[in-house]
Design a protein around this ligand. Sequence first.
Ligand code: CO
Ligand code: CO
Length: 326
Amino acid sequence: MGPGALSEVIAGLNLPTHPQLLVGLTVSDDAAVYQLNAETALVQTVDFFPPIVDDPYTYGAIAAANALSDVYAMGGTPILALAIAAFPADLPAAIIQAIMQGGADKVAEAGAVIAGGHTVVDKEPKYGLCVTGLIHPARITPKANAQPGDVLLLTKPLGTGAITTAIKRNLGDPAHLAAAVASMLQLNRAMATILSGFAVHSVTDITGFGLLGHAAEIARNSQVGLHIEAAALPLLPGAHEYATAGIVPGGLLTNQRFVEQDGYVRYAPAIDPARQLLLFDPQTSGGLLIAAPPAVAAAIQARCAAADQPCWAIGQVTPGSGIEVG
Ligand code: CO
Ligand code: CO
């Protein structure tokens, strides 16, 4: 669902609270967190979607990396996953097997294990995971704790939506798809491990609502403003040319309309129009967006450089509200 439709539904629900539910629907975060005891809490999340690439094994692996990402975004460690899937009745067993193998191998790479799942018959295939992780209750990295002065870090380049849309329309370069697939297959595990050694304020992962959709959640939940440096945004090869040609997914425009309403986003004059669009590009298995004090952010960037882990400084947290794109 789009961000507007989803928040409308959730706002209309009557949801009981629970003393052990540390993070639930009322605060809108990447995953639910349920405290078991003083030392341990469960992190729980579910995500599934239709095929994003043609190769079934790659699709399964990307869907798994994407589902695992919300656990990393909370600061947790995935331990267990259940597959959730829908397949057409006439889809060959070998294809279903390849999708599931891709998912299982990615879960194993994360150090977790697939323990079961559930499938239904549907015209359009869908696959994903319900993931359980563990976290120390004091180590949760919520969306709601960004502070003015924090530096914003981003760990994957943008553009998976524009590139996969170009491929679907037979207008895309396979080399661009290959780079996008490599990025989507990358677990956020290594970055989460680096972050576990630092006192960061807020972390989320960039997925379907696009960079600004998810950044806006950090800003609103933390009651701060954000400044994003458009020229500093890392882009996947090809993304800029497809956006320039107007080859973007429908979800991008939905995201843009939602985030920009009521003047929430203010643009400096002469922002590159393609970069403006890509701020809203729905990402599959995107990177982590981190808010950390400047000294911490610099130390994280130094650690990332030493570990060959990409990490770009893309802006700052500001007092006030709304998002300024400069
Ligand atoms: Co998320
Ligand atoms: Co999610």
